[in-house]
Write a protein that binds this ligand. Structure first.
Ligand SMILES: [Fe+2]
Ligand SMILES: [Fe+2]
Length: 280
């Protein structure tokens, strides 16, 4: 049990990055997935071809399982911050965890109310996707029990940079390409836009933690960051190809595998460049 308390000993550091993000989360992260208006989505869904519905359902199933995974696997990071007496981080992470749970509910509503399916959608999850979400992510997060800079670097690179910063960001772009350009499913578009705003805070937090780690422990953590990122990127690219493999040209909604690989690469390069600039 702690013998002193951060908030009574030195007060909260309200200027810290976690507290800045906490304030933003209280303003922008309180939207309710139950209030999103899906009333026009059903007609748009019905107007999609069979292949278009299949691609949209595949993408949504992947997002739904991804949101479940990140909700399930965030707790070790809260516990890590708790052990280290980092109350500001822990406060922001409570909002973060709540937001991930809301994302699960949002995609659930689309699957339940618009698609109206009770089928098992596991077949929509690709092999690299399963490697990432069922193996790499939980292993990296469980590894936080080691309480080392290396473990924290591995966890943040996997969670915030590969999963949220590269794979999910590519997924939002996919939704926009599919829905925005074809003016379909306004409720789902609103949901994705709200989620992306939350996720921007999550990725910003991961970048903050990694920047701190690189600043203080570059020799120890940089090889881990680099290796985890390049491993992650390979899985993301493989996942994109496998996701579109069941379709043939012309692809539904006019998408192409290269379009998404380019999006994934762009996100990846953006994250890597930010980190490289912070190296001493
Ligand atoms: Fe999320
Ligand atoms: Fe997130």
């Amino acid at each position: 049990m702690p013998t002193s308390f951060a908030t009574t000993r030195a007060r909260l550091n309200m200027d810290s990055r976690p507290m800045q993000l906490w304030r933003k989360a209280k303003v922008h992260g309180t939207w309710d997935p139950a209030e999103i208006d899906f009333s026009n989505d059903r007609a748009d869904w019905n107007a999609c071809t069979e292949a278009e519905q299949d691609l949209l359902l595949r993408l949504t199933a992947q997002f739904e399982a991804g949101e479940e995974s990140v909700t399930r696997d965030l707790l070790p990071l809260l516990q890590y911050m708790s052990r280290h007496g980092r109350i500001e981080d822990e406060m922001f992470l409570t909002a973060y965890l709540w937001e991930e749970a809301k994302h699960v509910e949002g995609f659930h509503r689309f699957l339940d109310e618009i698609v109206g399916t009770t089928a098992n959608l596991d077949a929509y999850l690709t092999t690299p996707y399963r490697t990432l979400f069922a193996e790499h992510l939980p292993a990296a997060m469980d590894g936080l029990s080691a309480d080392t800079p290396a473990a924290l670097a591995k966890a943040c690179t996997t969670y915030q940079l590969v999963v949220e910063g590269t794979l999910a960001e590519t997924g939002y772009e996919a939704y926009y390409t599919v829905l925005e350009e074809h003016n379909r499913c306004p409720g789902l578009r609103t949901l994705v836009t709200q989620i992306q705003r939350d996720e921007a805070r999550h990725v910003a937090y991961g970048l903050h933690l990694l920047t701190e780690l690189i600043h203080n422990h570059d020799a120890e953590v940089w090889p881990i960051v680099e290796h985890t990122l390049s491993d992650g990127l390979a899985l993301v690219v493989e996942h994109i190809h496998e996701t579109l493999q069941p379709y043939s040209a012309p692809y539904p909604f006019g998408v192409t595998p290269n379009m998404f690989v380019e999006m994934g690469m762009k996100q990846f390069e953006k994250r890597l460049a930010v980190l490289e600039r912070t190296r001493p």
